[in-house]
Design a protein. Structure first.
Length: 130
């Protein structure tokens, strides 16, 4: 699914001219990679839909009457662990981003310069498998 900020909307860390790929839908929010490189959640009312089709296989879950649509590849993935710096979660997410060609992952906010070499080596390994 591809979305773009509505013309009259200004939001921190989002570019009004850029089209964003949706990584998940959480009730009334989209998860996208913002301009800081963070996989953040934003209210759906801020965006126009450019293409309503999800570009990867998804899993639909209902929890506390809320609907969650996430990539099948991230079904066992935890954003909480990811943001806590768990290496396994980081690797799963980086692999997904690389496969979906979503972002230059070595430049993302959660991959600081001191770990850049590690991620560059990881990306080399991932590229060999695709």
């Amino acid at each position: 699914m591809l979305i773009k900020l509505k013309k009259n909307v200004r939001e921190a860390y989002l570019n009004k001219h850029k089209v964003y790929k949706v990584l998940g839908i959480f009730d009334n929010s989209y998860r996208i990679i913002n301009e800081k490189g963070t996989p953040a959640i934003y209210n759906i009312l801020l965006f126009d839909i450019i293409n309503g089709n999800m570009e990867f296989d998804c899993v639909v879950e209902v929890f506390n009457k809320n609907i969650y649509i996430i990539p099948k590849e991230l079904e066992c993935f935890s954003y909480e662990s990811f943001f806590d710096g768990d290496k396994k979660s980081l690797n799963i997410f980086l692999k997904f981003l690389k496969k979906q060609n979503i972002a230059m992952v070595s430049n993302l906010a959660y991959a600081p310069d001191i770990r850049k070499k590690y991620y560059d080596k990881l990306l080399e390994k991932i590229e060999k498998h695709f």
